[in-house]
Ligand binder design. Structure first.
Ligand code: NAD
Length: 260
């Protein structure tokens, strides 16, 4: 389905990004994977994806908070794979605190990684996509790009920004073969969410199991986590010809969270 297409999936050493990388590779896309972690584990992931799916996989150590790194990541994809056809902007971090207690440095870090990094990646990838008259920009936003929760000021601001940025990119490139959309996950059980579950368990003096259940019940009507693979399948669909007229939208995958 995606054979011969080249995709960058940022933040693909963990969680949702890793799931998306697996699904895109399973459908034939070559990959640039990025993200932090143990060098041996990353090399194992890179070689494992290449071998399992028979595709080319390259690692970029780009830090999404650094515009020069982000541009180098796009250049690496063109140099090693030949083009950038699919850009999945997934890397992201969370920090929770009330507005009054939010540390200045954390505000800047969340905005730099979750919003500005995506802008610079899109800016660098667009000329490459225009050359081919084809491109799929898939931003991993969040339900927090559509609605808010307390104690997530920087994250909610960044994710609302991503939804808006994606719409502008969709309009500026409408009719060129390039689409731009945002996937908005609800709770997905990844290390990013596990940290929040553990913090909740400690704060409320309850077990991790009880905190997990509480976290789901509070927000997600299905009371089930969405999975990284489900995000990957949606990204693959958005990358397909069938989705050529889907652009500028934000698609919740949230077990009903934003229907409330
Ligand atoms: P995760 O912590 O499991 O993975 C985050 C990935 O981003 C890792 O590979 C990490 O190394 C990478 N990363 C972090 N900072 C980076 C930087 N400066 N430069 C490059 N890479 C960096 O998190 P996840 O839950 O898989 O989240 C992935 C995306 O999905 C994020 O944008 C997050 O906001 C979004 N999201 C997650 C959930 C959820 O429930 N897990 C819900 C909605 C949205």
């Amino acid at each position: 389905m995606l054979k011969g297409l080249n995709a960058i999936v940022t933040g693909s050493t963990s969680g949702i990004g890793l799931g998306i990388a697996n699904v895109l590779a399973s459908k034939g896309a070559n990959l640039v994977i990025t993200g932090f972690g143990d060098a041996d584990a990353i090399e194992k992931e890179r070689a494992g994806l290449a071998e399992k799916y028979g595709v080319e996989v390259v690692y970029s150590n780009a830090d999404m908070s650094k515009p020069d790194d982000v541009r180098a990541m796009v250049e690496l994809c063109v140099e090693k794979l030949g083009s950038v056809d699919i850009l999945v902007n997934n890397a992201g971090i969370q920090h929770t605190a009330s507005v009054e207690e939010f540390p200045e440095e954390k505000w800047h870090q969340v905005i730099a990684i979750n919003l500005s990094g995506i802008f610079f990646a899109i800016q660098a990838a667009l000329p490459q996509m225009k050359k081919k008259g084809f491109g799929r920009i898939i931003n991993i936003g969040s339900v927090h790009g559509l609605i808010a929760s307390k104690h997530k000021a920087a994250y909610v601001a960044a994710k609302h920004g991503v939804v808006g940025l994606s719409k502008v990119v969709a309009l500026e490139n409408a009719g060129t073969g390039i689409t731009s959309n945002t996937i908005c996950p609800g709770w997905v059980h990844t290390p990013l969410v596990q940290k929040q579950i553990e913090a909740m368990a400690e704060e409320q003096g309850i077990s991790v199991e009880a905190a997990t259940e509480k976290l789901l019940i509070e927000k997600q009507p299905s009371k089930q986590f969405a999975t990284p693979e489900q995000m990957g399948e949606l990204a693959a669909f958005l990358s397909s010809e069938a989705a050529a007229q889907i652009t500028g939208v934000a698609i919740p995958v949230d077990g009903g969270w934003t229907a409330q």
